[in-house]
Design a protein. Sequence first.
Length: 208
Amino acid sequence: MNHKGLLVVVCGPSGVGKGTICREIVGRNENVYVSISATTRKPRKGETDGVHYYYKTEQEFENMIESDELLEWAKYCKNYYGTPKTSIETMLDDGKDVILEIDVQGALQVKRNFPDGILIFILPPSLNELKDRIVGRGTESDDVIHARLLAAKGELKHVNEYDYIIVNDKLHHAVSSLESIITAEKCRLKRNIQTVERMCGDDIPSDW
Ligand code: 5GP
């Protein structure tokens, strides 16, 4: 029985720990993949092209928009970010679950275009804790930290558009909440109609 995979959008402010949660999920579930986005942001120390992002120039990114290569895209703190369409639809058709780790603007586009997608918002325990996490990462200048905290406040206003909320207070709680959501979504009646219909059409075994 080949079920279509789930499209899971994991969203939430910069520094909330989306990447760490998604990496844990992928490490524990061989059927789950995280999409690699394209961006015009410069690579941080330790980031690799094709692993963390596909790093593009503005012109290259705008060409991707023009030629309809992106499932969704957004400008976030002066840089473009977007999800390449390639391979996502194939993975879903093959029954693989795909996580998009994206910002609120992108999540709302996915919601419009893929009503079956599941939208999950990761909250920090508090904005103060969020600031400490971004500062502690040591990868951004003060200006960028300020812009990202402002963006976080804006993102929180859209929280009621999501299907699920997870508070990332302890990593293992957040990971197990996300796994539980994926498991529950797979059990929804609408995703199992064919199984039910097939069974209703089966004859009672003849050796009964
Ligand atoms: P960062 O620069 O910290 O890697 O990412 C900044 C923000 O861009 C994060 O909120 C991240 O989730 C978001 N982001 C990453 N990839 C994409 C994407 O493909 N589309 C959209 N809309 N946002 C993305």
